[in-house]
Design a binder for this molecule. Structure first.
Ligand code: PAF
Length: 275
């Protein structure tokens, strides 16, 4: 992959990369479409990265419908699909890991220790193998976007990180490869996340700027739904991930819940809500 990517760059082509773990859905399509519109070459990586899964997480059962994914990407006109085996990314002698620092210990990182070290390590390697000018990530995983931008800044990588708005089902549930795990009852409850975010975002638009009150509104809505356990509801600064004194446009309200053993996340950028 790397030789092909270097040849494209030498020929003057910009490469856009869309890193994924496969099980592609309309959210991924929007990343690819955006990449297609901004670059001469588009590479999609499909790699279920063992390093970002905790010991009790779903690495083994993570969906891997590769033939379906390939057909979908061919229809979208990508130039290359990079689908390496685990030992190409992590050969036996592989030793180095990226330490993402303190922003990886909050929100998702608090419940998933080591997750972002695994993400940044593989993203750094995928960037080296695919030589992108631009890389496309979904806004749903907003903490991931913040940490990938930090990686790019800290290591001086010549890659622009493009965050693409979340794509939703008609009932508001954010698209996610893990939605296939939801049973019919859980699937009915899942749009509560978006409803909770919308309620708080509307209150912000109406003038409420107290972070605790905004969090409380979302938490109240989630707590009213039986069968859904709240992990966190956090109003944070979109860059530092700390709670601001007052919510401002650009602050992010992020939520994570568990429906049985299935963890769902979602967020809204205040003042820019397009839920
Ligand atoms: O968002 C994902 O699918 C993964 O975290 C990524 C960026 C492909 C790294 O494995």
């Amino acid at each position: 992959m790397q030789e092909q990517a270097i040849a494209w760059r030498h020929a003057g082509d910009d490469i856009g990369v869309v890193p994924t773990m496969g099980a592609l859905h309309a959210g991924h399509d929007s990343l690819v479409t955006r990449a297609r519109s901004e670059n001469q070459r588009v590479i999609v990586t499909i790699f279920v990265n063992p390093a970002q899964f905790g010991p009790n997480e779903d690495f083994e059962r993570y969906p891997r419908p590769f033939d379906q994914d390939r057909a979908r990407l061919e229809a979208l006109g990508v130039d290359a699909i990079f689908h390496p085996p685990v030992d190409q990314i992590y050969p036996p002698a592989f030793k180095t890991r990226v330490d993402p620092g303190p922003l990886a210990d909050v929100l998702e990182g608090k419940s998933r220790p080591g997750h972002f070290a695994g993400v940044l390590t593989v993203v750094l390697k995928l960037f080296n193998l695919t030589q992108p000018k631009r890389a496309y990530f979904g806004q749903k995983d907003f903490q991931q976007v913040v940490l990938v931008r930090q990686l790019v800044r800290d290591f001086g990588l010549p890659v622009r990180i493009v965050a693409v708005p979340t794509v939703r089902h008609p009932d508001g549930l954010a698209m996610s490869s893990r939605n296939v795990y939801l049973d019919p009852g859980q699937r009915q409850l899942a749009p509560t996340l978006q409803q909770a975010l919308t309620e708080a975002a509307r209150a912000f638009t109406a003038g409420e700027t107290d972070p605790l009150r905004l969090e409380g509104l979302a938490r109240g809505r989630l707590a009213a739904a039986q069968g859904l356990a709240v992990d966190y509801v956090a109003l944070v600064d979109g860059a530092t991930l700390s709670r601001p004194e007052r919510a401002i446009p650009g602050s992010v309200l992020a939520v994570a819940v568990k429906l049985g053993s299935i963890r769902l996340i979602d967020n809204v950028v205040l003042g820019a809500e397009r839920l």
